[in-house]
Design a protein around this ligand. Structure first.
Ligand SMILES: [Fe+2]
Length: 258
């Protein structure tokens, strides 16, 4: 969501007059070479083989709605045209790490900071920093779902207004256990929707396997649960629906305000 260099010269900043936001860069689509599209296709097809059964239907519907294709890196102009018409969200290019405060402000404005580079073929399965596959394949399809879209914007508003370490920590845990590593109950059991699970076969297999304890989602349980980023998750949370996510972020906002 926030890192990785594109390896390209920076495009013109479109928000340089506003220091509250990161420097956005435009996607130079013509710069993606044959290898970039081939790596995208490999990642897409490998993940979809499993996600057709294990992915949330909201994700599966989302990739159709925003027009992702298996054989080419997504063009954000096209994605945003489809996405904007549905929920007003946009994926906006960033060149590297952005501070949390800027990230929150982007979400509050329905802008999702997105890295633009494609990971190298030598790092198909593990990449420490996000790339366009994690960000656009993993995150953006859910932004086409109105309730999730509202949840994420509200989350950004709370983050932008956070007053202390304790509030920031609660928000980080809520983000981690939902947007990044969330599971949702659908049909015969839990399905993956968090981007860290959507974009990674290993993390998703762990999340649905015997080594992971899947607990019912509640705001109190999530904000009491620490996490570590560098190994498979031993505990994850399952939401019954995205309505419960929206209610949770509203509840958190009420607590911050009191
Ligand atoms: Fe992410």
């Amino acid at each position: 969501m926030q890192q990785a260099s594109t390896g390209r010269a920076a495009a013109p900043h479109i928000a340089s007059e506003n220091a509250d936001l990161p420097a956005f860069i435009e996607q130079d689509y013509a710069r993606y070479d044959r290898e970039s599209h081939a790596v995208w296709q490999l990642l897409y097809e490998r993940r979809m083989m499993t996600l057709r059964d294990t992915g949330s239907e909201v994700f599966l519907n989302g990739i159709e709605r925003i027009g992702l294709a298996s054989d080419r890196v997504p063009d954000l102009v096209d994605v945003n045209r489809r996405l904007g018409a549905r929920t007003g969200w946009r994926a906006v290019g960033v060149a590297g790490f952005i501070p949390a405060a800027q990230f929150f402000r982007c979400l509050a404005q329905r802008r999702f900071p997105t890295t633009l580079s494609v990971r190298p073929r030598s790092q198909l399965d593990y990449l420490p920093e996000p790339d366009i596959f994690h960000d656009v394949f993993g995150h953006v399809p859910l932004h086409a779902e109105p309730v999730f879209a509202d949840f994420l914007q509200r989350f950004g508003e709370l983050g932008a207004a956070a007053r202390n370490e304790q509030e920031t920590e609660a928000l980080a845990r809520l983000f981690w256990f939902t947007v990044e590593f969330g599971l949702i109950e659908e049909g015969k059991g839990p399905h993956v929707y968090g981007s860290g699970l959507i974009s990674s076969h290993g993390d998703a297999a762990n999340a649905l396997g015997p080594a992971c304890e899947r607990r019912p989602f509640s705001l109190d349980a999530v904000i009491a649960q620490p996490f570590e980023i560098d190994h498979f998750q031993p505990v994850l949370f399952v939401v019954p629906s995205f309505d419960s996510l929206y209610r949770a972020v509203e509840e958190l906002g009420a607590r911050f305000a009191s």
